[in-house]
Design a protein around this ligand. Sequence first.
Ligand SMILES: Cc1ncc(COP(=O)(O)O)c(C=O)c1O
Length: 434
Amino acid sequence: MSDLRNLPTAELRAFRDQARERYEAFRSRKLSLNLGRGKPGPEQLDFSNGMLTILGASDYTAADGSDCRNYGGLQGLPEARALFATMVGTSPDRIIVAGNSSLELMHDTVEWASLRGVPGSDQPWSAASPAAFLCPVPGYDRHFTICEGFGITMIPVPLTGQGPDMDVVEKLVAGDPTIKGIWCVPKYSNPTGEVYSDAVAERLAAMATAAPDFRIFWDNAYGVHHLFADRRNRVADIMALCEKHEHPDRAFVFASTSKMTFAGAGVAMVAASAANVRWLLQQMERRTIGADKLNQLRHVRFLKDEAGIQALMDRHAASLRPKFQEVQDIFGRLLGGTGVATWTKPEGGYFISFDVMEGCAKRVIQLGKDAGITVVPPGATFPYGKDPHDRNIRIAPSFPSLDEVTKAAEGLSLATLLAASEALLIQRGEQVAV
Ligand SMILES: Cc1ncc(COP(=O)(O)O)c(C=O)c1O
C-alpha cells in the first residue's frame, strides 16, 4: 500500500471516497464487537475449571494444620506463599498472598501511604502539597484512577520500548521531594507490551530521589504471560537491585493469578522488603482478619508448582496467539505502508498498542463505535484521560472469538484509513465533510 501522506491530492480524495465506501459497508453490517477490556476469553477460563471442585468436601486443612475455613492467616497460607514466592522471585517470608485483586492491593498501599506514610516517611504522603507520581505513558488507566482518587498529581514520562526514559525519570525524582512513586509494568507492559531492560531496572533501583520515602510500584501483572515458548522474556529482580543499591525498601512488587486461573476469583500478592511487609501487615490487619484461604488452597492444589504454572500458561498462549496474530496480519494487510498507523508486536501480555495519525484517535474511536466496535475511550492510556497527541488506542484481543477479532481489526483499520485520509485532506486545506 502506498504512503497516504505522499499521494497527490486528487488520488488522496479518491482514496478517501473508497475508504468511506468500505467503512460504510462495514457499518451497515451492524456488528457488536469489543476490543476494550483485557479479559481472558471463555475458553481460557475453562482451563481452570478443575479448580472449582478440586478441594472436595473434606480438603480444607493446610500443611501447617490450620483450618482454611476459619479466620486467620493474614499473610496467606504458607504453601501459597511458597508457590507464589517462586513465581515472583522472592522468599515466602517476603510475600503476602491476599484476596483476588492486585489492583486492590495497589489501591490500598497508596491509600495507607497517603494516610500514614511508608517506612522511611517523616510524614504521610498526603502532607506533600500535593504528592506526585511518575506515570510512564501510554499506561494502565486504572493506575491513573488510583492516583486521581487520592489527589496525587500525575507526571507523564515517555516509554522508550525498554521502559521509561530514565534520563527524564532521574532528573525529576532528584529535584522534587513531592514525587513519591512511579508506576511500572515491567513485563509485557499495558498497553505497549514492552519489557523493561536490565539497565532501566538498575537505574530505577540506584537513582537518587529527593523523597526519602520514594516507592516503585512494580506491577508484574504479566510476569508469566508469554505468547511464545521460545521468547520467554525475563525482567531483572527489582528488589535485589534495590537492596544492592542500598534502597532496600524502595520496591513493592505486585502480581496475581487473574489472567492465569479466574480473572474474578484468583489470588493476588505483594512482595517487598521485611520492613515493608511488616508495615503492610500492620495496615491490613485493621481491615481483615485474613483473606479467602480456601481459594488459596485451591490454587495450590491446582497449580502445584512452577511446572504446573508453566503448563497452564502454555495453554493460555496457545489460545491467545492466533488472536494476536490475526490483528498483526490484518493491520499489516490493510494499514502496512500507509504511513498513518503503527502498532506494537508484543511477545506476551494482553494488549497491542495502536498509534494512529496524530490528531486522529478520537475520530477513529468514534467511527469504530458507530460501526459497533468498542475500544477504550480516547485518552484512556494517559493520566487524566488526555492523550497529548490524540494518537493512542489500546487493543485487547483476548476476550472476543477469533472471528470477532478478525472483524473488529478490519473495521478499526477501515476507520483508521477513513480518519487519516480525511485529516490529510483537511491539512491540505481541502473541504471535507465529516
Ligand atoms: C497492568 C495491570 N495490573 C493489574 C491489573 C489488574 O489485576 P488484578 O486482576 O490482579 O486486580 C491489570 C488488568 O488488566 C493490568 O493490566
